[in-house]
Every structure is written in C-alpha cells, then in structure tokens.
Design a protein around this ligand. Structure first.
Ligand code: PHE
Length: 450
C-alpha cells in the first residue's frame, strides 16, 4: 500500500491543528473562569512544560517508528513476548468517544455563526435564553448542525492525509491565528485587558482545590491531543527528515500560546463590561455575545470572526479524532477509506444524537446515567480518565518497553535532543510523568485528596 506522507510544514500545521481546538478557545477559558484563574493556569502551564511536551515526543516517536495505525504500531514495536501491548493501541477509539460530544459543540458553533447575522443578544437574560433554548429544546436544529459537522469532517478524512487533512490545516490554521491575534490587538486597547491579565496570571492558591488540580492535568492532555493516538497516527505519516523534538516543541508552544491568547481576548471583553468569569460551558455562548453587543456593529463583526475561529479550531481537531480509527480499519481490516469513514461517522453521529438529547428537557432523563447527562459522562470519562490512561500507556511503553537503543538512536541524534535534554526527557518519561499520572488517577478515585 502506498503510504502518504505529510510535507514538513503540513505535518506541523496538522499536529498543531489537532492540538489547537475547542479545548483552547472554549474549554480553557471557561475552566480558568470556574477554577479561579491564575493558580489553575499555573498548574496547567507546569504540566504542559514538564509532562505534556515529553509525552508528545513519546507519542510522536511511536508513530514515527511504527508507521502504521495505533494498534499495529504498538504490536510491531513490542518484543515478541509482549505483543499484548497492541491493546494499548485501542486508545485510538477514544477519539470516537470524544467526537460524540465534540461534533455537537461544533454544531452549536455553526448555529451561532448563522445566528449572528440576525443580531447579537442585548442582555445576558436574552443570551441565556437563546443558548438554553438551543440546548434544551431545539432538537432538530442541533441534529442538523451536528450532521453538517459530521459531513464536513467525514469529507476531509475521506480525502486522506495529503488531499484532505494537510490541505484543510494549511488553510484554516493560519486563518485562525490571524483572527485571534487580530482580536488580541483590539483587546490591548481595552481597560478590561489589565484585569484579564491579572485574573489569568496572578495565582489565587486558595481557589486551587483537588478537583481543579485533576482537571488542569487532564486538560493539558486533552488540549495537546495526547493519549488517544491522534498525534501518533499523524506521526506515522511524518516526513523522514522532520525532527520530532522540534515539531513537538512548536506544536506545544503554539497550543499554549493560542489558549492564553483566547483567554486574554475573552476575559478582556468580559471584564470591560463587568461580567463574571465563572460561567461554565456557556461562557463563550452566553456572556461573550452579550458583551460584544455593547460594541455595536464592530461587535457583530468580532462575534462573527470569533465563532469562525472557533469553528476552524474545532474542525481541524475533529479530523484528527476520526483519522486514527479510520486508519486502523484500513490497515487491519483492509477496508476502503470510504467505507471506514462512513462506518465511523455513522457511529459517532448516532451516539452524538444521544449526547445532545441528554441535555434536552424532553429526553434528558432517558439519556442520563448515574444522575448525569450522557454528554457530561462522555466528556468527563475521556478528558479525566481515558486520555491520562492512554498517556500512561505511552510513557510506560516508550520509557520501559521499547528498546532503549532504539529510542536513543532516534531522539538523541543530530537535529533532535542533545545528551542533556535527552536525559531530562527520559527522566520525565520514566519517572515524572508516570508518577504524576498515578497520583492524578488516585486522586480521581478519591483514594488520596490534595
Ligand atoms: N486537542 C483538541 C482540543 O484542544 C482535542 C483533541 C483531543 C483532539 C484529543 C485530538 C485528540 O480541542
């Protein structure tokens, strides 16, 4: 089978496109708002620097050495006695679970892009009503826009690595960055900017409870697309001469920068008119549009740009959530790309409908389990359990199972890490990351409390 390879810049943009997503522009700001700002941001930044980056290098390495779908990568790289490691490759399926709710949120964003043309809400009350009405009553509209998102993503993945994924990222990623940095330039001129800056960078330790800590670590995996084989699958098509270390660094840097910029932009707008930061998932759907209303026509224009950027970020991540399983079906079951895309899209489309119904008034009870809507369960399970678990498998595999010489030959060669950095990285993979992840999981299970 002919293996398609990304170009160098195509790979960087695709990996960055995967990382930069709703996690950066929708989730990070509202989590920062909910967990009290600075301290949460600090835990997040420290985790990214000391764990996230190392895990990304490890995940890229598995893909670059294995050059196949996630299951085959683990299977081929493990020694003959340890072939059961292939089961770790099923982390690729996490992407489909994430897609069930991710696509619904992309649907909301698409809905909002249309909504903006009919004017922004004038009061928070009205904005709340619009969002709540959409989420709790508008079943057909939600299904429609969720379906549009499934079709766009399906089409890009069907076009493959070069003609679909690389292309969309080369166009949408620069567009997204231009929009966000443009909005940041404007935010600089607002009084709200200084408040936003203080809110995000002055740690208030008393707000950092154990839940905030777990969520910050979990989110650092989610935002870097780690622990589910997206980065691994892309790295299987890494151009031969590309440096893993450099690419991982650029991607981590871009992802973090964009999250911080998105946070600064949103909070500057909010604080300009005295809105509160802790609004939960509705933050960008409720508070932001209302606030932007105060800017008149310019506000409508900003809102349009903002939701376009959000849609771009979501779509480029979504394709990376679907590709691992599609690649798996192609490699292991000789399925055609078309068939694989249709099958997978249909599955998450269907569960996505159940997820969106779980928020509606009419069906909420039917689609709730353990007293929680299916939507929340899916999000919580992936973000706080499955991704860290996937990350744990990756670091144990690269740190202890893969032959050391092989790892060293790749990561410690010219163009990658020098001796010192290599040692630090290995230490992080073998000790820091696993211990932090175990700690986090124990915390999650309530065995220990911070
Ligand atoms: N990183 C993406 C975001 O921030 C989400 C994602 C997670 C994408 C895991 C791929 C894999 O929104």
């Amino acid at each position: 089978m002919k293996v398609q390879r990304f170009s160098k810049i195509g790979f960087i943009m695709a990996a960055a496109g995967s990382a930069v997503g709703l996690g950066n522009i929708w989730k990070f700001p509202y989590m920062t708002g909910e967990y009290g700002g600075g301290a949460f941001v600090l835990v997040y930044l420290v985790t990214i620097a000391f764990i996230g980056f190392s895990v990304m290098v490890a995940e890229m390495l598995i893909g670059a050495l294995g050059r196949k779908d996630t299951v085959s990568c683990f299977e081929e790289l493990a020694s003959p006695k340890k072939k059961w490691w292939k089961y770790a490759g099923f982390m690729g399926f996490n992407g489909i679970i994430i897609m069930t709710f991710y696509s619904v949120v992309i649907g909301w964003i698409l809905y909002y892009i249309f909504l903006i043309f009919s004017g922004l809400p004038q009061t928070t009350q009205e904005a709340k009503q619009i969002f709540n009405d959409l989420v709790s009553h508008q079943i057909l509209a939600q299904i429609f826009f969720h379906t549009v998102s499934v079709i766009i993503v399906g089409y890009v993945v069907y076009r493959g690595i070069k003609g679909g994924i690389e292309k969309i990222n080369l166009i949408l990623m620069p567009a997204l960055m231009i929009i966000l940095f443009g909005l940041l330039l404007y935010a600089f001129s607002l009084d709200g900017f200084a408040k936003a800056f203080a809110f995000m960078f002055e740690p208030k330790w008393e707000k950092l409870n154990s839940e905030a800590f777990v969520r910050a670590v979990g989110h650092s995996f989610f935002t870097l697309s780690l622990g589910m084989g997206a980065i691994m699958t892309y790295a299987a098509s890494l151009p031969k001469e590309a440096s893993i270390t450099k690419t991982a660094f650029i991607v981590t840097f871009m992802d973090t920068l964009i999250a911080l910029v998105a946070g600064l932009v949103i909070f500057s707008f909010l604080f300009q008119f005295g809105a509160k930061p802790g609004q939960g998932p509705g933050l960008v759907f409720i508070s932001l549009p209302t606030i932007l209303h105060n800017f008149g026509t310019l506000g409508t224009f900003f809102a349009l740009l903002f939701f376009l950027a959000l849609a771009f970020a979501g779509l480029t991540s979504a394709v990376s959530l679907v590709e691992p399983v599609v690649q798996y079906l192609i490699d292991r079951f000789c399925m055609s790309r078309t068939k694989a895309v249709i099958l997978i899209s249909f599955i998450y489309w269907l569960i996505g409908i159940a997820a969106l119904l779980s928020y509606t008034q009419a069906w909420g009870k039917v689609f709730s389990f353990f007293g929680k809507p299916l939507f929340d369960l899916l999000e919580y399970t992936t973000d706080s359990i499955l991704l860290p678990l996937g990350g744990f498998a990756i670091v144990i595999f690269v740190g202890y199972v893969l032959q050391k010489e092989r790892v060293k030959a790749h990561i410690n060669r010219p163009g990658e890490m020098n001796d010192l950095f290599y040692k630090i990285w290995l230490f992080s993979i073998r000790y820091i990351a696993p211990v932090a992840l175990i700690f986090m999981m124990l915390n999650l299970m309530g065995v220990i409390k911070l």
